[in-house]
Design a protein around this ligand. Sequence first.
Ligand code: ARG
Length: 309
Amino acid sequence: MSSITSGAPVSAAAPVASGATPSQVLPQPAERRSTTTDRQETPRRYLMCPPAHFEVSYAINPWMDPAAPVSRERALDQWHALRRVYEGLGHRVEVIDPVEGLPDMVFAANSGTVVGGRVLGARFRSAERADEAAHYRRWFEANGYADVTMPVHVNEAEGDLTWTGRLLLAGTGFRTELAAHAEAQEALGVPVVSLRLVDPRLYHLDTALFVLDDQGPDPLIAYYPPAFSPGSRQVLERLFPDAVIADDTDARCLGLNGVSDGRHVVLPLEATNLAARVALRGFDPVLVDVSELRKAGGGPKCCTMELRD
Ligand code: ARG
């Protein structure tokens, strides 16, 4: 757990339930929600890939230990529960066929960034994941996306590229190359802000930051400051003075790997401090068990590519 230092937990009084089925997580009684802001969800479309060939057979991030036991069955159960949570919230889930020999293909977020119907595919840093990009490219082409660009530079898609509704926040330092940020700006036609990641356990931007509200005039994000270089922290403070700040406890369980629809915030169930903080801002946390998927270094967001058509 090297670089993530420990900290005192804040009291977690979030109205949450662990996410096995939508009936367990919904509905949250209105009177238990914060009334500070009236949060409004918008319907989403997600692309997911079942972990039918899941295993940890190589190590490309500090979470992965090929010697540790992994249950594919539990990974599948957790994935199906996550899918049911999204569908229970009224979102549409598209599914891409998993491919044998590509155990990380479950992490759909890494294979495409879709903004305004334009697609920027992926180019993986590691040889082990390289072939995933073409499978997702074919899915986009078979599913009506006419504008698909495949990147020249290493680009792990929504793992490192986060659309706030106004800007594309772009991480670098471990996976996605800085040159890929300029490429993303050209391909997607959106302004890009580069951010440098410094903690090897938080190797993708989506392990250190996520968007809570992408609809309003001022996007709202949550992030873990120690994951970023000093300059990047200053950029985040300037752009998002109102952000929800996560703590070490949140970061240690990959709690920043969240998915928000503007009201419901899907988080790993150990992220109780973060759940309490987002609840104080008027969101409804929905906690899911991703313990098996975390053995590969992933969480709810990693399993979820948003199709912004
Ligand atoms: N084992 C995968 C890797 O190291 C995990 C990817 C997690 N995905 C994410 N969006 N952070 O590439």
